[in-house]
Design a protein around this ligand. Structure first.
Ligand code: FAD
Length: 406
């Protein structure tokens, strides 16, 4: 059986490793539009700061060790499901018996002028290399980042490490609004300001201004901000242009069932490109985080081999490691009851819905994260242990035992 995987991110790698762990004979072909070995986007910033190769998380010899025919710089431009065939940008075609679309996501920036030279992003290693090359030429002293979401914050910290003066604008009234509640976001904002990032909230960009090369950002207020380097970090969007004419159903992401099958025979989708069910709410949307991509790759890999594995649903979760204080956000950031404690610079906020944990945010002391996540996923009625949940030692040995037993 010939299995073709489009994309060499965490989802694609997970598909290949899963297949190989149960099926030694299958022919595995992986296509990547980029010129690199498989890499981990969360480790890119570290790579540019320390020069380490931890972003090449599986090692450069991974394709050989795993028995994968790895083809770099190969872009898929169309899928012909009836013929079980792909069309490639180099004019060639490629047949498959099973196909996994794991093409991830790219920058989403609904701003005029974003395609102009001089506007950078950090969504792929190719894009990140172009940005860092520009900075390292030595002429860039100032940078302006549009967007203070998760990726924007990561870019800001990287650029500070590289000695650049950073201004970051955000249209909302808090940073990382998709992930953090207002209290946790206020702490994250202060940590960014302490790092010397000039974060400006409630500041909306409407266009990158340019003749040929972008030189500034026009704000809704009418003002224009200038900087040596301009960066868009306004969101991400699934890579699915090549679906046109294929009949493969998609909305924002590719539509999949609970086995991660698309509506085309023998075609699966996993990772940032797929629209999957939320474990907690049951809603379908794109849950663009690393652990979801890996788990979806595993489920797709098993199902395409004929196993019968139901995807349990995507998690909402993220953590910030580079701010000096660990921050973790899991699940929803609202509920009918909120429990909160502040202690020695740590903040713990729990969101309960009808006495069940719906989400939590931890700043500083994140030791309870594992146990809280288990309680959230188990949908346990927390009434018997509610009074322990804010205990600083909750989650450690006996206390858990006592809490659960009481
Ligand atoms: C800077 C940054 C930091 C992040 N930090 C975190 C974090 O701390 N924690 C976390 O959980 N998540 C984080 N994420 C998100 C996480 O990296 C993604 O959820 C994950 O990489 C998704 O994996 P994927 O395999 O679906 O897609 P990707 O990793 O996007 O890989 C898709 C691959 O497909 C290739 N491709 C696309 N189109 C084609 C085509 N037509 N033909 C051939 N190849 C194609 C692309 O070039 C790419 O290499 C971060 C992301 C970024 C950008």
């Amino acid at each position: 059986m010939k299995i073709v995987i489009i994309g060499a991110g965490p989802a694609g790698v997970s598909v290949a490793e899963t297949v190989r762990s149960v099926e030694r004979q299958a022919e595995l072909v992986m296509l990547s539009a980029e010129p690199f070995p498989p890499y981990s986007p969360p480790a890119m910033a570290d790579h540019f700061i320390t020069g380490s190769d931890t972003h090449l998380w599986r090692g450069v010899d991974w394709p050989k060790r795993t028995g994968v025919a790895y083809r770099k710089r190969v872009q898929v431009v169309a899928i012909e499901p009836e013929a079980h065939r792909l069309r490639l940008a180099n004019g060639k075609t490629l047949k498959y018996d099973r196909l996994v679309i794991a093409t991830g996501s790219r920058l989403y920036a609904p701003l005029k002028g974003v395609d102009r030279p001089g506007v950078y992003n950090f969504k792929s290693l190719s894009a990140a290399e172009a940005l860092v090359k520009e900075i390292k030429k030595g002429k860039a002293r100032t940078a302006l980042i549009v967007g203070a979401g998760f990726i924007g914050m990561e870019i800001a910290l990287l650029l500070r490490e590289l000695g650049v003066e950073v201004t970051q604008i955000e249209m909302l009234d808090q940073v990382m609004a998709g992930m953090l509640d207002a209290d946790t976001a206020a702490i994250a904002l202060n940590l960014m300001l302490e790092r010397g990032v000039d974060v400006r909230l409630k500041t909306k960009a409407i266009a990158f201004t340019s003749r040929e090369r972008a030189t500034g950002v026009k704000l809704e207020s009418g003002q224009t901000l200038k900087a040596d380097v301009l960066i868009a970090a306004t969101g991400v969007k699934p890579n699915l242009d090549f679906l046109e004419g294929s009949g493969i159903a998609h909305r924002w992401g590719i539509t999949v069932d609970d086995h991660l099958r698309t509506n085309a025979p023998d075609v699966y989708a996993a990772g940032d490109v797929a629209e999957t069910r939320d474990r907690l709410t049951g809603e379908t949307y794109v849950h663009a985080i690393f652990p979801n991509a890996v788990e979806q790759g595993r489920v797709a890999g098993l199902n395409l081999l004929g196993h019968d594995v139901t995807y349990e649903g995507a998690d909402r979760m993220n953590s910030l490691k580079h701010l000096g204080l660990p921050i973790m956000a899991v699940g929803l950031k609202q509920g009918d009851e909120v429990l909160q404690s502040r202690r020695n610079g740590s903040l713990r906020t729990l969101y309960l819905q009808e006495n069940h944990l719906a989400g939590f945010q931890l700043v500083g002391d994140i030791r309870a994260a594992g146990v809280l996540r288990a309680l959230l996923n188990a949908r346990r009625d927390l009434r018997p242990i509610k009074h322990h949940l804010l205990d600083p030692n909750f989650g450690e040995g006996m206390l858990i035992w006592n809490a659960v037993a009481s």
